[in-house]
Write a protein that binds this ligand. Structure first.
Ligand code: X8Z
Ligand code: ZN
Length: 596
């Protein structure tokens, strides 16, 4: 009896005993096994759904999503017992505990609500994938067709119809789902100690969330004058084309005239805005069509860029398992993405590639994600992320900055330039992509931060969206958007799929910082826009070192590795890159009333 009592006391005191570093290590090892299992299951179900949207694949994806979410939420709560130990733990263990807390959308405590949250998330993504604009008596049109009209047409009537068609179709479907999603997602974030989902997202940057907010605002202030100069010149030229009654010479620009459904990429205007009219083009669409380049050819060209830096060819399974073009006869999510489904170098992309320049650049972007996966897939799963999410988005884009006209000439996609320097055209075309993107890259999450924080009720979602678009982008909707059934933010994939967006803003800044550093490593002298790191082993080395690090260390350390010592995100590389264009724009804008 005494012995039994003693044993009981010992066991209960064992339970009450504070956890040890060895417990924490065991916990993290176990979490790695569980997360791998749950995430592989979720990846498989998501891949099946996104490449074939049906009621059954949606259900399976929601189920796998709910399982992962619920497990993570429980694990995060249970890991709290190691908090007092954090600074004494092995740094790799402590970092995994920290990353666990940010490892995905957490679930509300109630199992029923967790299920509802997973279902509404999968549902929004699927509805977006399936949405179509239908006019009575005519064929329905999907996003691919509508966006194509916005890129190619210059008829304001056609542009308006395509713009309205998509915003009405996608927005009206998503409108009833989004408020419910916000409430449930916030409940999950609160269950693990965040004020709301926005604060949780802002906490993923190795600094306190309000410092992150100040950082991102500071970066925007650095680039704002360049954006305003581009806006000013673009507005004047569009005004000349469409007339002052369509484009006010002093106000914001109507969003349907900028050559893209979200006015986030204005490259479609490049020919019209050329500083050196008629001089060497930078767009390869003509050559891709003429040479009958198919999706495989385009991906192989991009792959060659990566292998030229010393990286491995894509595994054979990539070619067997990827979805490179839009399949006939089933619904799919066409928005491009890159995967490692089995978390073992099972690289794939899912994309509806068309033979045009913009898709060629997007293929480089997607392979950037795949090569990140390829460099860290042997690490613990929690380290299998970018140093921050902006790094992940910046990898392929960094390479694409080296897809210069000179490089494209060597692969036969641009004709010989005739010896004249057309760098202002190159810079304009690049600015219409990168600089035009910046305010948009910032505002999508500014909107969501406000929504998640409860500052904007559902009936003001669309109104607030347009207030931010007007403030940051200087664009307005082509017609009033006051109808309560509308939900214009839902016309954007990342809102429907709940993908954070500040990452793309950061990536736009970071890719120029990487480009400047890698060009220096290569020994490039001269203007940044003329540098291509293609084939450079010297540039490949620090680049690969960055990829191998994944999220093992704070992003500041990773940045220092690739740049040789810089520890802050900083827009001076972007500003240097565009300096010649800025001088040209300022001369063009002289005497104009810029701003809106
Ligand atoms: O979503 C993407 C990639 C996949 S991560 C195609 N991008 C953003 C967008 O399309 O809005 C790349 C640029 C910004
Ligand atoms: Zn991406």
């Amino acid at each position: 009896m005494r012995a039994l009592l003693l044993a009981l006391t010992l066991t209960s005191s064992l339970y009450a005993a504070p956890p040890t570093p060895a417990d924490a290590e065991r916990f993290v090892r176990d979490a790695d096994t569980q997360l791998r299992r749950l995430w592989v299951a979720q990846n498989r179900a998501e891949w099946a759904k996104q490449t074939n949207i049906t009621a059954a694949t949606e259900r399976a994806a929601a189920k796998a999503g709910a399982a992962a979410m619920s497990w993570i939420t429980r694990a995060i709560k249970s890991a709290r017992r190691f908090d007092p130990l954090l600074h004494t733990l092995d740094p790799a263990v402590a970092r995994q505990l920290k990353l666990l807390r940010l490892a995905g959308q957490p679930a509300p405590d109630s199992a029923a609500k967790a299920k509802q949250l997973a279902a509404v998330m999968t549902g929004m993504d699927a509805e977006y994938g399936k949405a179509k604009a239908c006019v009575a008596g005519a064929r329905c049109r999907d996003l691919g067709e509508l966006d194509n009209l916005l890129t190619t047409s210059q008829d304001p009537k056609v542009l308006l119809e395509a713009w309205l068609g998509w915003h009405d179709a996608a927005g009206r479907t998503l409108r009833p789902m989004y408020p419910r999603f916000v409430a449930l997602a916030n409940e999950g974030a609160r269950a693990i100690g965040f004020a709301d989902v926005g604060e949780m997202w802002r906490s993923g940057y190795d600094m306190p969330p309000d410092e992150f907010q100040r950082t991102i605002e500071g970066l925007w202030e650095q680039v704002r004058p360049l954006y305003e100069a581009l806006h000013c010149y673009t507005r004047r030229r569009l005004g000349e084309q469409y007339g002052a009654e369509v484009v006010s010479p002093t106000g914001p620009i109507p969003a349907h005239l900028l050559g893209n459904m979200w006015a986030q990429d204005w490259t479609a205007l490049a020919t019209r805005l050329e500083p050196q009219p008629g001089l060497a083009r930078t767009d390869t669409t003509g050559a891709l069509v003429e040479q009958r380049a198919d999706a495989i050819w385009m991906v192989k060209l991009a792959e060659r860029f990566f292998t030229s830096l010393g990286m491995e060819p894509l595994p054979s399974t990539f070619w067997e398992r990827s979805m490179l073009t839009k399949p006939a006869g089933r619904e799919v999510v066409c928005h491009a993405s890159a995967w490692d489904v089995e978390i073992n170098n099972d690289l794939r992309i899912k994309m509806c590639i068309k033979p045009n320049h913009s898709d060629l650049i997007t293929v480089h972007h997607e392979l950037g994600h795949n090569y990140y996966y390829n460099h860290y897939y042997r690490e613990p799963v929690l380290f299998q992320q970018g140093a921050n999410d902006g790094f992940h988005e910046a990898i392929g884009d960094t390479l694409a900055l080296s897809v210069t006209p000179d490089y494209l000439r060597t692969v036969g996609l641009l004709p010989e330039g005739g010896g004249r320097d057309a760098s202002l055209n190159q810079l304009m075309s690049s600015a219409l992509d990168k600089v035009a993107f910046l305010p948009w890259g910032l505002l999508v999450d500014k909107w969501r931060w406000d929504v998640f924080a409860g500052r904007i009720p559902p009936e003001r979602y669309t109104e607030h969206w347009w207030a931010l678009r007007r403030q940051y982008q200087g664009v307005v909707p082509p017609v009033a958007r006051a109808d309560a059934g509308l939900f214009d933010p839902g016309a954007k994939y990342h809102v429907a799929s709940n993908t954070p967006y500040a990452r793309y803003f950061l990536a736009t800044i970071l890719q120029f910082q990487f480009h400047r550093a890698l060009c220096k490593a290569k020994g490039h002298t001269g203007p940044l826009h003329a540098c291509s790191i293609y084939g450079s082993a010297e540039a490949g080395k620090p680049f690969r070192e960055l990829l191998r690090m994944g999220a093992k260390q704070p992003w500041q350390d990773a940045l220092a590795v690739v740049t040789g010592g810089e520890r802050a995100m900083d827009a001076t590389a972007l500003l240097d890159y565009f300096a010649p264009l800025r001088t040209w724009l300022d001369a063009q804008n002289e005497g104009q009333a810029c701003g809106w």
